[in-house]
Design a protein around this ligand. Structure first.
Ligand SMILES: [Cu+2]
Length: 167
């Protein structure tokens, strides 16, 4: 009974967000703390054919970028990515502490229960671009700022060290 219901949910999600053979599931972001101007968005992307995520935009933020967090000389840093590879048939996870979409200069407050609409720019192996609309759910996970949830709460000099981002 439960299994049938879950399969139905997955079908709905898959139907809601699929373009160029790319399926998005479990898109979410943590509700930003009051006054926080940035938010990381996470999801799982699976492409039937080799493709790339090359851009993103959202009406809720002035800028949206592809980012990756990684450890460099003992410090957690964020890097802007020009693209995220989507190998054929492989689930690529955007998750806290790793790859993510960064919303910068949020235009409005985001509360748990809200939905944020994003448009992903997918580039196929043939070089075609397709828009993929995604709805990300705003979740409350203790109300801590998104980037303080990294493993071991490493000190992070973000996002001041990112070119092109001002606060
Ligand atoms: Cu980021």
């Amino acid at each position: 009974m439960l299994r049938a219901w879950c399969a139905f949910c997955l079908l709905l999600v898959a139907a809601a967000a699929s373009a160029a053979g790319v399926t998005v599931s479990d898109a979410w972001l943590r509700a930003p703390a009051p006054g926080q101007a940035v938010a990381g968005v996470y999801m799982t992307l699976t492409s039937t054919d080799s493709a790339k995520l090359v851009g993103v935009r959202s009406d809720v933020a002035a800028t949206a970028q592809l980012h990756r967090m990684s450890m460099q000389e003992g410090v957690m840093r964020m890097r802007r990515m020009t693209q995220i590879d989507l190998p054929a048939g492989q689930a690529v996870q955007l998750a806290p502490g790793g790859l993510h979409i960064m919303l910068i200069d949020l235009k409005r407050a985001l509360k748990p229960g809200d939905t944020v609409a994003l448009v992903l720019d997918i580039e196929t192996a043939q070089g075609h671009h397709e828009n993929l609309a995604v709805e990300a759910a705003v979740r409350d996970l203790g109300g801590q700022p998104v980037h303080m949830q990294a493993p071991m709460n490493m000190p992070m000099n973000m996002p001041m060290n990112m070119p092109g981002v001002s606060h």
